[in-house]
Design a protein. Structure first.
Length: 314
């Protein structure tokens, strides 16, 4: 079973408009609302692969109740969130003017020290009571939590010998890379990886290999660097791999990284070999890009696209 952690979830609201008019009223003809946050995208895709998932994180107020209720209706998903005093956030995406997207992202609630400690106790209880094979940790930290909070979660999972997949960026990722507590896997894209190094983004495999050979990345068995349409570059236990994917008719790439994490988690939980883990991850990422909805795949297409992913040792 997968435990997916989303510490700063949201209700994602989509407003499609033919044209966004400033300083006046806009009336969208349709509105969609879904439980959002990177970790909940992971949850949905893993569930669509018929793999059981416990979804956890912080939820508060009426918006939090709505998210919990929506997740209760999903097959293979068990919501088990930690309640907080603050109100869960909304995130609004306005789709307009031939493919443009304008976002309004609320910061979300501030987590108290008592709530932060309570959540660690909460997931330890899950580890004790459930058969968790792998943990996914995705997205930003809400206000009130220190940059090393993910370290405390990983440290707790390591205590139970449960591997973690960490998909974060910025200071929380820096805290992990520069600390002694390591996850099983991270999934930066080329821009995020190069930002850590303070260099312009590149997809040159020699440069990426040199980066991932540095001491900063030691202790993390699996690193998958997403390269968009160019596939991925992977380091696993000191071995490097080039991953090629077929041309896609992309509909909506948003959430493809989260879907990749879902594939990583499912295949790792099934004790697959590294080639199968990588191929599964890339396939779920591709399938998400071909769907209109974020964090959604068509499982009927899985086998055919899985066969099109090529993993080569370097």
């Amino acid at each position: 079973m997968i435990l997916s952690i989303t510490l700063n979830p949201s209700i994602d609201i989509s407003y499609p408009l033919e044209h966004l008019k400033i300083n006046t009223t806009n009336r969208p003809l349709a509105t969609s609302k879904t439980p959002g946050g990177k970790g909940l995208n992971v949850t949905r895709v893993a569930a669509q692969l018929k793999h059981p998932v416990i979804a956890t994180g912080f939820l508060g107020g009426k918006l939090g109740e709505w998210i919990n209720e929506q997740l209760l209706h999903l097959d293979y998903v068990t919501p088990d969130f930690f309640p907080i005093a603050g109100e869960t956030r909304n995130c609004i995406a306005i789709l307009h003017d031939d493919g443009q997207q304008t976002e309004i992202l609320e910061a979300g609630p501030e987590i108290s020290e008592q709530e932060a400690q309570g959540f660690l106790t909460h997931i330890e209880k899950i580890f004790n009571e459930q058969s968790i094979n792998i943990v996914t940790i995705s997205g930003s930290l809400p206000k009130g939590l220190a940059n090393d909070y993910y370290k405390q979660i990983i440290q707790l999972a390591n205590k139970f010998a449960i591997p973690t997949i960490l998909d974060v960026s910025g200071k929380p990722l820096d805290a992990i890379l520069n600390g002694e507590v390591k996850p099983f896997a991270i999934k930066p894209n080329d821009e995020e990886l190069c930002a850590i190094e303070g260099i312009p983004s590149t997809r040159d495999l020699k440069i990426l290999k040199d980066i991932l050979s540095k001491d900063l990345y030691k202790g993390i068995p699996l690193i998958l660097v997403s390269l968009g349409k160019d596939g991925a570059f992977v380091r696993y236990d000191g071995q490097f791999y080039k991953v090629s994917i077929p041309h896609l008719d992309v509909v909506n790439p948003v959430g493809s990284g989260d879907s990749t994490v879902a594939g990583l988690a499912v295949a790792t939980a099934q004790d697959a070999l590294i080639e199968a883990i990588v191929k599964t991850a890339m396939t779920t990422g591709m399938l998400n890009a071909m769907e209109k909805a974020t964090g959604c795949i068509n499982p009927a297409l899985f086998d055919s696209y899985y066969e099109k992913v090529i993993v080569e040792k370097l």
